[in-house]
Design a protein around this ligand. Structure first.
Ligand code: BG6
Length: 486
């Protein structure tokens, strides 16, 4: 298979994201025949490297991140022959002439610039690309998060990039939107008639969205310390998941129909007053503990972290949506580093039956619950009440489980595999529009400001647990509990 021919230029080509995600994703799509043999990938960074040197570097840094089952040396050789390297310096306009010389001018060829660099460089890179004649009206630009650190800096980036690229040429990545289960949530909601009538305050008691990670600040302490989990995860991934759960059914899968529906959710999120920030949010920071049986240091002892840093590594929030569908339904969001398990899931808790006539004393829970699992596996489970075998009319909760990989016998695509091909094919549905991003910042900002004004340190939690006790208390005040069992 061939498909759309393209030139893809990867800024930050020697960086972590390129090595861990982007180049492995491109290799895999190449291996499965989705990349035209005349397409080229040009990595670029400050270093001066020849194509050959970059290919050697890829063998060292990228190959270890390719899933073993997908690696094949002959396939890798064919892939690397389509990858080149050009040194560019984002602060030096002249260095872009060389890059321009590498690009192939063909009307049908897609041209994509993927900016996997610090956002502070986005403005310079776009300006230099334009000045060097690299940007045609059909050229696309991909922006990796974080897009700014607050509303103002995000607007500044969007203005600068928008001066060169039209909005429908800008692909703002949130890789959670590329995950199989997130797409499946769209399929579940809009491909089945049975869920929609239940999908509102009439039947839903509460929604929980958790992204728990076992990793810590890793090798990026400095970046992380200046960012924190509110900016790194809530403002992007958790709010995007919330949008997909809560949005109205769009009229079509057209990018703007979906993005308009998501925007309505972001605009319906109630802004917190400083008092509400104190009662509806919990921020934590991990101290030394053990993850998967291995001792791990506390956040403050990780490399690159400022002494006595107040940066949060855990956040839990009780959010409310001010609209008819969701009025009064709490949306609990929770995410953190160094937690007990790597687990990402969306839990929809339905109300109890309005009138109980059965004996539920042996039941772990009495309400129906739908769980959409994103990590570690993609799956779906629906908890229902079933009769306990034997005499008497006693019921117990059982799970109807679906593991997508087993059931559908299909290869699981990494989020970046899907998103990169969507950019190349010009599909914008899974990328964030400017107004969405700005609405997300507007909701998060009062929380950042109230935390800064209060000046309190985050609550400590032991690495390898589910976060600070205050997080259980946040949901416990509503007589509910986080889903934490397996
Ligand atoms: C990134 C964050 O966007 O998402 C990281 O910057 C985080 O801090 C990562 O670890 C989580 O992604 P995933 O796909 O591994 O859950």
């Amino acid at each position: 298979m061939t498909g759309q021919r393209f030139d893809l230029v990867l800024f930050g080509g020697t960086g972590d994201l390129a090595a861990r995600k982007l180049l492995p994703a491109l290799y895999t799509r190449h291996r499965f025949g989705d990349i035209d043999a005349a397409s080229q990938i040009v990595a670029t960074a400050r270093q001066n490297l020849s194509d050959k040197q970059f290919r050697a570097l890829m063998r060292e840094k990228v190959v270890p991140h390719v899933p073993k089952a997908d690696y094949d040396d002959a396939a890798w050789q064919k892939f690397e022959a389509q990858v080149g390297y050009v040194g560019t310096d984002a602060n030096n306009a002249k260095s872009f002439a060389q890059l321009r010389a590498r690009l192939i001018d063909e009307p049908e060829r897609a041209r994509v610039f993927f900016l996997a660099t610090a956002p502070a460089l986005f403005t310079h890179i776009c300006a230099h690309l334009a000045a060097a004649g690299c940007v045609t009206p059909a050229t696309r630009v991909v922006l990796e998060k974080p897009l700014g650190r607050d509303l103002e800096s995000s607007c500044a980036i969007n203005n600068a990039v928008g001066a060169i690229f039209a909005e429908d040429r800008i692909y703002r990545i949130d890789h959670y939107l590329g995950k199989e289960s997130v797409q499946n949530l769209l399929a579940l909601r809009f491909g089945n008639a049975m869920f929609e009538p239940l999908w509102s305050r009439a039947w839903v008691r509460d929604v929980q969205i958790t992204i728990a990670e076992t990793v810590g600040a890793e090798g990026r302490g400095e970046f992380y310390d200046a960012t924190g989990v509110l900016r790194d995860m809530i403002q992007s991934h958790l709010l995007q998941l919330l949008c997909i759960v809560a949005m109205e059914p769009p009229a079509s899968i057209h990018p703007d129909a979906v993005r308009d529906a998501k925007l309505q959710v972001l605009r319906a999120l109630k802004r917190f007053t400083p008092n509400e920030v104190a009662t509806r949010t919990v921020r934590g920071q991990y101290k030394a503990g053990a993850v998967d049986g291995q001792p791990v240091p506390g956040y403050l002892d990780e490399p690159g972290i400022k002494p006595a840093s107040h940066t949060e590594t855990f956040v839990a929030i009780k959010a409310d949506l001010g609209n008819w569908r969701w009025a009064g339904v709490p949306f609990y969001l929770r995410t953190g580093k160094r937690m007990q398990e790597r687990r990402a899931e969306i839990v929809i808790n339905f109300h109890n039956v309005p009138h109980a006539i059965l004996d539920v004393s042996g039941s772990a829970r009495t309400n129906n619950r739908l769980i959409i699992r994103l990590q570690p596996e993609d799956g779906l489970s629906l908890d229902i009440q079933a009769k306990t075998p034997g005499e008497g009319m006693r019921v117990q909760s059982v799970s109807l489980d679906l593991q997508f990989e087993d059931e559908l016998k299909a290869r699981r695509l990494d989020a970046y595999e899907r998103l990169l091909m969507d950019v190349i094919r010009g599909r914008l549905t899974l990328f964030m529009r400017r107004d969405e991003l700005e609405a997300a910042w507007s909701w998060v900002e009062p929380i950042m400001h109230a935390w800064a004004a209060a000046g309190e340190p985050p609550k400590a939690y032991t690495a390898g647990t589910w976060g600070p006790a205050a997080s259980s208390a946040l949901i416990g005040r509503d007589n509910l509990a986080w889903l934490e069992e397996a």
